[in-house]
Design a protein around this ligand. Sequence first.
Ligand code: NAP
Length: 302
Amino acid sequence: MEKVSLTPGGLEVSPLVAGVMKWGVWGADLDRNAMQSLVSEAAELGFTTIDHADIYGNYTTEAAFGAAIADLGSAFRGQLQLISKCGIRMVTKNRPNNRLKAYLTSKEYIIQSVETSLNNLGTDYLDLLLIHRPDLLMEPHEVAEAANELKTAGKILHFGVSNFTPSQFNLLNKHTTLVTNQVECSPLHPEPMLDGTFDQLALQHARPMVWSPFGGGKYFNEENSAARRLRQTVLEIDEKYNSPGEDVILLSWLLRHPAGIVPILGTSKIERLRSATNALNVNLDSQDWYAILEAARGREVA
Ligand SMILES: NC(=O)c1ccc[n+]([C@@H]2O[C@H](COP(=O)([O-])OP(=O)(O)OC[C@H]3O[C@@H](n4cnc5c(N)ncnc54)[C@H](OP(=O)(O)O)[C@@H]3O)[C@@H](O)[C@H]2O)c1
């Protein structure tokens, strides 16, 4: 897979990203060997960009991943683009000081979170740090100071946000350069295509990263009426394109959008990552694209 730049001349990432939220105890609970095989086989397929967050697995998945790649050496680390996030405080026995779920983006907290992530992942730098969710108490100059200090120290190479509204993005972007906004998007959740999120990133010449491209698995849920309706249409379109697979058609729907979306896949199965790479070769016809939107929303466009 040929890499794409999140911003012109900026961070190069794989056009499809492997998300590890469900690789650890929040999902497949892969042991060290299984995680090591998965990350090395995924990298061979071209999934060199790996999406983490400090909180995944109740703050355990970064360390599990770090242990899995430790034997693969620094040359392997050098092939990867490691993304992590901070700013959500979760209630778990692993963080006894967190009394309730809340956000925190003080300078001290961001720097401390990055130090912990680097330690857990066994690396000297993150290719990209994201603020996980917009903190309502965010002081933009303080966040910018943290990002700039971490960059100067070589601990992060790039900085961005996740789940920000366009105005929240613009506010922080006035203080420090943001290279992406990572948001949820799929036919079952097309909002960023409609509410200005993607337009605003295009104005900044930045690509969006997209989480839950299959609705976090909701697409495959027979009990969900929107998903059932959508799936029927996707299967018909799949046949028309010589049956690359419904996963491929869904990903090609995201890739067809002019925002230059970089989807993050949540599977922990190598055969599903392999199949997904075929989406880069499918160019959906405009009417097929709208047929998928119509099926997901249950109504035609106005
Ligand atoms: N920034 C944020 O706020 C945020 C929030 C959520 C997630 N994320 C990131 O986005 C990544 C992806 O999120 P997600 O896990 O919700 O994405 P997803 O790819 O939409 O959903 C993954 C789920 O779908 C299932 N699945 C995938 N392909 C399938 C297939 N062909 N047939 C049947 N089931 C299939 C997977 O099961 P199997 O594992 O069995 O394949 C898994 O349970 C996460 O790992 C994380 O890195 C970011």
